[in-house]
Ligand binder design. Structure first.
Ligand code: NIG
Ligand code: FE
Length: 410
């Protein structure tokens, strides 16, 4: 397949990158104006300038008529498998209750867990499948999905099995994270040891034996797990071959970043609040800062101080956090708009953070996230727009004309 007359081909990288983009490199988005791109099977075969194109007769030629082509988004943080919506809590917050108050009172994650526990694997698979197709149509070409709404041995394993089935079914690559440490179930509120022991001694061995997860996650916050508890859980996950991707600093600075970095986490996710010591700690690490601006948008919280994080030279990824409690949306183009409008990132930084750096945050950087020969042909073809800045500018809409997944038009 040969795409011709591409107005702007975004995110072209001649070779695979060694490291996630940071500092000034994050601000540079390499593009080709007036380009072509050739796909063979499911891979990017070659690309170049229209002026240099020699056509071959037997190719399927698609004239994209001056539209923009870019790699699909890599959404490196979602909770796509869940059992129902939580608009009643949304209304409670409109009446003045905070996310943390609702969680403390047994709503929030426990509410989602109760709903999920009563669903079958098949029911969860069917609803997750719909959401997966929805996010693919909105430009996501690779995704991470977490457990964490089970909170019993049985229900956490059920969730991870659903994700495993999605992996087999999905046209886009999926990575799975085990988030048993999302919240203490009611019966363990006064018995943290009891629940931690369920995670470490019962859930993790099954997960490891059945190869049900790629990453270990925990929610390190006052309402959930302490830094010390998070540390123990990450270490146990690492023993079972999982790397860490950690929820931290959504509401509290309480040591989550330090613990994550000490355990060589791939990413620390959220970071609505972060102090100078934590910025310094991240600066001297290989850990990516994954910012999820849709969560503070929906919860009306302060946004991530992206400028300080980026200007310190820390690599930043952007992800949706799609979940029923804090972000009932997997629309990555809206994440880009928020990143520009609220986090003061430039369109170049936002696109880099949502593509190649997202790929690094899922260790998929050799397969996804850029227009590079040999990488998977998961692409977005835009509507008729003049330049890529229009993508974050036109907030709320996707500007997507067509999606290509595995080299095929969807
Ligand atoms: O990433 N913060 C923790 N987990 C999710 C929200 C969970 C929920 O409220 O259901 C998040 O925002
Ligand atoms: Fe999350």
């Amino acid at each position: 397949m040969l795409l011709i007359n591409i107005r702007q081909l975004l995110q072209i990288r001649e070779s695979k990158l060694e490291k996630a983009l940071a500092g000034k490199n994050l601000a540079e988005l390499p593009i080709l104006e007036s380009a072509w791109l050739k796909i063979k099977k499911d891979r990017i075969h070659s690309f170049g300038l229209m002026a240099d194109l020699k056509t071959v007769d037997d190719e399927e030629i698609i004239d994209v008529k001056n539209r923009i082509v870019m790699p699909s988004f890599v959404d490196s943080h979602t909770h796509l498998v869940f059992a129902g919506s939580r608009e009643e809590e949304f209304v409670m917050r409109l009446h003045g209750k905070s996310y943390e108050e609702i969680a403390e009172a047994g709503g929030g994650i426990l509410n989602s867990a109760k709903k999920l526990q009563s669903k079958t694997e098949e029911e969860l698979f069917e609803t997750a499948k719909k959401r997966l197709h929805e996010v693919i149509s909105m430009g996501t070409g690779a995704i991470e999905i977490k457990s964490g709404y089970g909170l019993t041995v049985e229900a956490e394993i059920k969730m991870l099995r659903v994700i495993q089935k999605l992996k087999a079914y999905s046209p886009i690559p999926i990575k799975a994270s085990f988030l048993g440490a999302h919240f203490y179930p009611k019966e363990y509120k006064q018995n943290h040891e009891g629940y931690i022991s369920l995670i470490i001694d019962e859930m993790l061995p099954i997960i490891s034996k059945e190869n049900l997860a790629d990453y270990i996650d925990a929610f390190c916050e006052k309402v959930a797990f302490s830094a010390e508890e998070t540390d123990r859980i990450i270490k146990a996950g690492i023993k079972h071959g999982l790397k860490a991707k950690i929820h931290t600093n959504q509401f509290n600075c309480m040591g989550g970043i330090e613990v994550s970095v000490a355990n060589n986490a791939i990413s620390v996710d959220h970071l609505e609040v972060i102090n100078q010591d934590e910025i310094d700690c991240l600066k001297n690490s290989n850990t990516i800062a994954t910012l999820l601006p849709s969560a503070p948008f929906f919860l009306n919280d302060p946004y991530q101080p992206a400028r300080e994080i980026i200007d310190a030279g820390i690599p930043v990824a952007l992800a949706s956090d799609y979940n029923p409690g804090s972000t009932p949306s997997g629309r990555m183009s809206f994440v880009l708009s928020l990143a520009c409008i609220k986090l003061k990132m430039t369109p170049e930084e936002a696109i880099n953070a949502a593509t190649i750096n997202g790929a690094f945050a899922l260790e998929m950087q050799d397969e996804m996230g850029s227009i590079t020969v040999g990488k998977k042909a998961n692409l977005i073809i835009s509507k008729e727009i003049d330049s890529y800045g229009f993508i974050p500018y036109s907030f709320g809409s996707d500007q997507i004309e067509e999606i290509i997944i595995n080299g095929k038009r969807m």
